[in-house]
Design a binder for this molecule. Sequence first.
Ligand code: FES
Ligand SMILES: [Fe+2]
Length: 334
Amino acid sequence: MQQTIAPPTSTRPRPQPPRTNPMPPEGEGGFSQSWFPVALSTDLAEGQVLGVPFLDGKIVVFRKEGGVPQAMSAYCPHIGADLSVGRVVGHRVQCAFHHWEYDGEGVCVKTGIGDPPPKAACLFVFPTQERFGIIWVFNGEEPLFELPSLPYPDAELASGAYRMGEPLRCDPWVFAANTPDMQHLKVVHKIRFDADDPHELVRWHPHGMEFSYTGVHQGDVPIANTAGILGTSVFYRWGMYNGYWRCNVTGFSLPRPGQHEVFSCSLVRAGPDAQAQLADVLGISRRTVGEDKDILNTIHYRQGLLTKADTTLARFLRYLRSYPRAHPSGPFIN
Ligand code: FES
Ligand SMILES: [Fe+2]
């Protein structure tokens, strides 16, 4: 007799293919118009030309007059030599191949042989600034926002800047999306908020978000912080941690799509115990990145099945989707 197979009686929900609403990767429609760290201040000596991968191309950074850093496209408009193997002469970059020289505005002002430089012999010049012990470069012709200004003047602060180890295998915005991800703040980093879910505390602006909260970190450390994201690649947090004022300003670089490196500056109030405080902040920062690392290195980020606890994250993902992208330096840095 033939055996009949009973239909399944389980009420367990059947898995559905994921509702894939992929987040646009960097490089699609250009790159985020944001400030990106490219080097520590200490990486760039006066007289040095530093070559740095950026936006899937290459830039050079050097210190022009007064020691002010300037980032420009790396490839010489003559016949394409890489200026990072050139040298600084006076306050100009000299190409190694035929000794054309570019001033701080990226304009060729001299050729090695004495021919007048062609008028169009100009490099792409990026808005560049040195702040928090880090050299930052903006993807665009004009910056859309400023780096955070802190509640204390620099003279009252002690600081230390560092790179956070190996590059991570995801776009910078993926790390930036950790800040509005309240579920992860609770379960990965063990933050207990005094407010149940602090979504209503978030202040949004055209180039980022910020919220202030009180609570407890890692079980017993009282915290009262303001944290925010600027653009898609700058994170900051400051406030009281275990009775001390502390701050981190962190940037996520963008050498190429799907990869970034974390640059961070810790700041504390100047004073006799500042160095011990800085060492402690560095330890906490390393532990925090360590908590995120495996997740960030393997995630296939998509907007999937979000819950009420993801209210702020959902809005941040919308913000990311509409965040301006461009790639005006593309023809120069490739
Ligand atoms: S390629 Fe740079 S001067 Fe000729
Ligand atoms: Fe995190």
